[in-house]
Design a protein around this ligand. Structure first.
Ligand code: MN9
Length: 292
C-alpha cells in the first residue's frame, strides 16, 4: 500500500438546500492537490458520512476519484453500523478505483469485540484485493482499538493500516513496535509533530481541508531535521485548531473554506451553523495564523 504524507479527510460541501455541491467538491480537491495533499480520505467523519445516504456516499467517492484522476490515491471510508451496508460500499469502492478502504468499528449497539473483529473480517472477504485501514476513533465509536486488541482484527482481516485518532502516543508507539509492517496514520492533527518521531507513515486529518500547506511544510521540516521549525509550525496551527474544536471542527472548516472562495454551505442538521461570535473568533485566529 503506497499511501503516505498529508491526507485531507475531505468535508462534503453542501448547497443552500443541504444537497451535495459536487462542483465545490471538485474545486476543493483541485485546490488541495495544488497545496500538496498526497491523497484523500473520502466520506469519513469529517465528510458527515453518517448524515449522508448510500447513494450520496457513492457519488461523492466517485467524484473525488474522478477529479484526482490517479494523481494521488483515494481512501474510501465505508464505515457503517452494519456489515452488509459496509460491504456494499466496499465493493462499490473497489469498482470505482479506490486505493484502499477504511472503516470505524460498528457502533451504537455496543458490539462485543468478537463482533467487531467479524465486521472487519467481512470487509476483507468482500474486497480481498483492497488494503484495509482500520479507523480507531474511541471518542466517537465508543470502543478503543489498542496494541493488544488490534491483533485479533489483523489476524482476521489482514488489515494493512491504522488511522489513529486518539491522543495516546504511548499506545501508538506500542502499536508501531508491535506491528512494524502496518501503515500508521495520525488522526489528530494537533499532535502530528509528536506522532512523527514514532515513525508514522502520514496523517489523515480534517483540518488539512484548510491547512494542507502548513502541514506539508511541517512534514518537510521534520524530514530535514529542523525541529525548531516543526515545533513552531505545530504551535501555530494548534492555535487555530483549538478554536475550531471549540466551535465545531466540521462547521469551522466549512466556514473558513467558504470565506476563501469555495462555497461549502453548512453542516447538516442537527449540527449548528457557525454563529456571529464564533465567526469573529475564527476570522481573528485565522488571520493571525495565516497572515504572518
Ligand atoms: O480525521 C479528524 N477527526 C475527526 C480526523 O474528525 C473526529 C481530526 O482531524 C480532528 O478533527 C482534528 C481535531 O481534533 O484533529
Amino acid at each position: 500500500m503506497n499511501i503516505s504524507g498529508i491526507i485531507p479527510a475531505l468535508i462534503t460541501p453542501f448547497n443552500d438546500n443541504y444537497e451535495v455541491n459536487y462542483e465545490a467538491l471538485k474545486e476543493l480537491v483541485e485546490k488541495l492537490i495544488a497545496d500538496g495533499a498526497s491523497g484523500f480520505y473520502a466520506c469519513g467523519s469529517t465528510a458527515e458520512c453518517f448524515l449522508m445516504n448510500e447513494d450520496e456516499r457513492k457519488k461523492v467517492l466517485e467524484t473525488v476519484i474522478k477529479v484526482t484522476n490517479d494523481r494521488v490515491p483515494v481512501i474510501a471510508h465505508i464505515g457503517n453500523i452494519g456489515s452488509e451496508k459496509t460491504c456494499e460500499l466496499a465493493r462499490h469502492a473497489r469498482e470505482v478505483g479506490a486505493a484502499a478502504v477504511s472503516s470505524v468499528p460498528p457502533f451504537y449497539y455496543k458490539f462485543g469485540f468478537d463482533e467487531i473483529v467479524s465486521y472487519y473480517a467481512d470487509i476483507a472477504k468482500a474486497v480481498p484485493e483492497l488494503p484495509l485501514i482500520v479507523y480507531n476513533i474511541p471518542m466517537f465509536a465508543g470502543v478503543e482499538i489498542n496494541a493488544d486488541n488490534l491483533k485479533a482484527i489483523v489476524d482476521a482481516s489482514g488489515a494493512k493500516g491504522l488511522k489513529y485518532t486518539a491522543y495516546n502516543l504511548y499506545e501508538l508507539d506500542k502499536i508501531s513496535r508491535r506491528y512494524p509492517d502496518m501503515k500508521l496514520f495520525c488522526g489528530h492533527d494537533e499532535i502530528f509533530s509528536n506522532a512523527l518521531p514514532i515513525g508514522i507513515d502520514g496523517a489523515i486529518g480534517s483540518t488539512f481541508n484548510v491547512m494542507t500547506p502548513k502541514f506539508v511544510e511541517l512534514d518537510k521540516q521534520y524530514k530535514s531535521g529542523n525541529q525548531a521549525a516543526v515545533e513552531k509550525l505545530q504551535r501555530e496551527v494548534n492555535e487555530l485548531i483549538e478554536v475550531m474544536i471549540k466551535v465545531g471542527v466540521n462547521s469551522s472548516i466549512k466556514y473558513l473554506l467558504t470565506k476563501s472562495g469555495i462555497s461549502c454551505g453548512d453542516c447538516r442538521r442537527p449540527f449548528a451553523k457557525v454563529n456571529e461570535e464564533q465567526a469573529k473568533c475564527l476570522d481573528a485566529i485565522y488571520s493571525r495564523v495565516f497572515d504572518k
